[in-house]
Design a binder for this molecule. Structure first.
Ligand SMILES: Nc1ncnc2c1ncn2[C@@H]1O[C@H](COP(=O)(O)OP(=O)(O)OP(=O)(O)O)[C@@H](O)[C@H]1O
Length: 258
């Protein structure tokens, strides 16, 4: 059996806000190419965890390693440059720009030749432009938005805008994608479509995905492994079936949101 390596290692992580323990000694790892979900009822600590990994919050103790490098203490842009991309609960796109422009913009950050490089080395810049156009086409196809490349993103339905956002994140070719409640505000059909899209992206690109979701049923069908949080603590970690059947998880959900 091929050996699986960990891409992200979160160890004994704790974060408090003036006495409130938002994250309390949480440990888990995300493997290369894995679709790993973090679930939990309201206030469980999911967003706080995301914000620690992306550098928005600085935890008081513990460790977050990405491909072996310690992330705690790094600014969000430095963490992004290491190959971690994230989406937010709202849609993070430029609504007045077309789908294609949004994707090309994401690609700009990825291209190495800056403005000066473009002037000095026209050849390389032109090659990069061709590569960017091909990449945009590739990700648009994968996300089923090829027909919409010329449309202003703001004119599209919410579920489609979320797909554009995901394509934009992929265009920067991250090693780990963090998705923050990607189906929040979606109807039943849109939720099913987004779940299938996330799974397709994970399988076809073999990119690791860390998904934070309130909706337990949404993640159960698509995740390789699931970690459940409650009151900042890890209460379960395992396969979707193991976590769904865990007594602590059932209690956390029955006692809260359901
Ligand atoms: N900026 C903050 N200042 C003070 N307390 C905070 C802050 N952010 C989160 N908390 C507290 O930390 C705990 C965990 O909150 P967090 O938002 O991480 O949970 P969550 O699982 O993402 O919840 P939800 O599903 O409602 O988004 C809660 O008790 C919350 O009130």
């Amino acid at each position: 059996m091929p050996e699986t390596t960990n891409l992200l290692d979160v160890e004994d992580l704790s974060l408090s806000f003036s006495g409130v323990r938002a994250i309390d000694g949480v440990t888990f790892s995300v493997r290369e190419g894995e679709l790993f979900s973090v679930i939990g009822p309201n206030g469980a600590g999911k967003s706080s965890l995301f914000n620690c990994i992306s550098g928005v919050y600085k935890p008081q103790s513990g460790s977050i390693r990405f491909a072996g490098d310690q992330l705690i203490g790094l600014k969000p842009h430095r963490i992004a440059r290491k190959g971690i991309a994230r989406t937010f609960q709202n849609v993070d796109v430029f609504p007045a720009m077309t789908v294609q422009e949004n994707l090309l913009l994401a690609r700009d950050g990825f291209m190495r030749a800056g403005a000066l490089g473009c002037m000095i080395r026209i050849g390389r810049s032109a090659r990069e432009e061709r590569e960017a156009a091909a990449a945009v086409e590739h990700y648009a196809e994968l996300l089923h938005i090829t027909d919409l490349l010329a449309a202003p993103v703001g004119s599209l339905p919410h579920g489609t805008q979320k797909r554009v956002e995901l394509a934009r994140v992929l265009a920067a070719e991250p090693r780990l994608i963090m998705l923050d409640e990607p189906v929040a505000g979606m109807n039943h059909d849109e939720t099913g479509e987004m779940a299938a899209t996330i799974q397709r992206v994970n399988r076809e690109l073999r990119v690791a995905i860390l998904l934070v979701e309130h909706d337990m049923s949404m993640v159960m069908g698509i995740s390789d492994r699931v970690c459940a949080l409650d009151f900042g603590q890890r209460i379960a970690l395992g396969s979707p079936a193991e976590v769904a059947g865990d007594a602590l998880v059932v209690n956390a959900y029955l006692g809260g949101a359901l």
